[in-house]
Design a protein around this ligand. Structure first.
Ligand code: BT5
Length: 295
């Protein structure tokens, strides 16, 4: 793969709040080289005390802002942005403490929870992972997926979107975004998939079955940037359990019943508890869900 330095442009000069030391530009996800960026990729660079965003000319239109709150990397494609983030975070070293955001509109082997698949037909949907390598402002950690789901809904900015516990984003009862939180002992990885250009076909039977997929309007790069920016900004503010419960609860459709994946029982949400469990009303009365999956 050749380096296309001539097609690189610098756009959107941004004030750097607390500039970490300069580091080399991002190389290709596959090559491991670090001398430049290639067509379809983006990165941030510190120049004279300001963050500037770099991209090939073909991407300039889609670039709105970023680099202020996160170390932003846009890849032409990746098997899974979670795995790409793990590798890039390891390569970055310890000097830059900003969250690392790795995104693509072409993820080829995305995953959901418990080995389930996250489908992406390569037509311009968002696959984003934001890695927190520094402490986050929230305990208990069980609330993190709920806070991330809330931040995703609010960044998408459509009043018709709702949250389904713990963090699926729905539009007209169709799933438009999912969140997977992983840890490797060094950092926490927020994996976020958003259907933008297309709604992939979701199996109706088998272990990977789910509700039909929907999609949101917008530009994949801008959507990924606004979510990454919101997550990065969140790490700089205090947060607590009461705020998570309050903010998450605003986006839930409390009348919508769900089906427990394992048993098929239908339940209705009652309230979110301060440790992230969901109190539901089921056939046998009220109980609290810990890690059950609602279809
Ligand atoms: C999730 O899992 O919803 C978490 C999805 C996280 C995907 C992101 S993309 C960036 C990062 N890199 C990765 O490799 N993953 C993360 P879960 O709650 O387990 O839901 C998975 C289920 O959703 C599947 O079993 C299907 O039923 C359904 N599904 C799969 N792909 C979908 C899609 N594109 N849209 C809507 N539903 C989908």
């Amino acid at each position: 793969m050749g380096v296309q330095l001539r097609s690189i442009v610098l756009v959107h000069r941004l004030r750097a709040p607390a500039p970490p030391p300069h580091r080399p530009l991002l190389g290709s996800e596959n090559s491991g080289a670090r001398t430049g960026i290639w067509a379809g990729e983006q990165s941030c660079m510190l120049r004279r005390g300001r963050w500037v965003q770099l991209a090939a000319l073909s991407q300039a239109r889609a670039m709105a802002r970023t680099c202020a709150h996160v170390d932003w990397r846009w890849l032409a494609s990746a098997p899974s942005t979670i795995d790409a983030a793990k590798r890039l975070l390891r390569d970055r070293g310890n000097e830059d403490t900003r969250p690392l955001a790795v995104a693509t509109a072409h993820q080829t082997a995305g995953r959901g929870t418990k080995g389930r698949a996250w489908h992406d037909d390569g037509q311009g949907n968002v696959a984003l992972t934001v890695a927190f390598s520094s402490p986050i402002p929230l305990t208990p950690l069980t609330l993190l997926p709920l806070r991330i789901g809330t931040l995703v809904v609010e960044a998408l900015g459509d009043a018709n979107l709702t949250l389904k516990w713990p963090n699926d984003v729905l539009l007209d009862k169709k799933k438009v975004a999912g969140v997977l939180v992983e840890s490797d002992g060094t950092a926490l990885y927020m994996g976020i998939g958003v259907n933008v250009a297309s709604a992939p076909t979701v199996p109706k039977t088998g272990p990977d079955r789910g509700r039909p997929a929907g999609n949101v309007a917008g530009d994949a790069v801008e959507i990924a940037q606004s979510i990454a920016d919101a997550l990065g900004a969140w790490t700089l503010q205090p947060d607590d359990a009461a705020a998570v419960v309050r903010d998450w609860s605003k986006h839930v459709d409390w009348n919508q019943t769900g089906e427990l994946r394992e048993t098929g029982e239908r339940v209705t949400p009652v309230k979110l508890l301060p440790d992230g469990r969901l109190r539901v009303q089921g056939a046998g009365g009220e109980r609290d869900l810990v890690a059950d999956y609602l279809l």
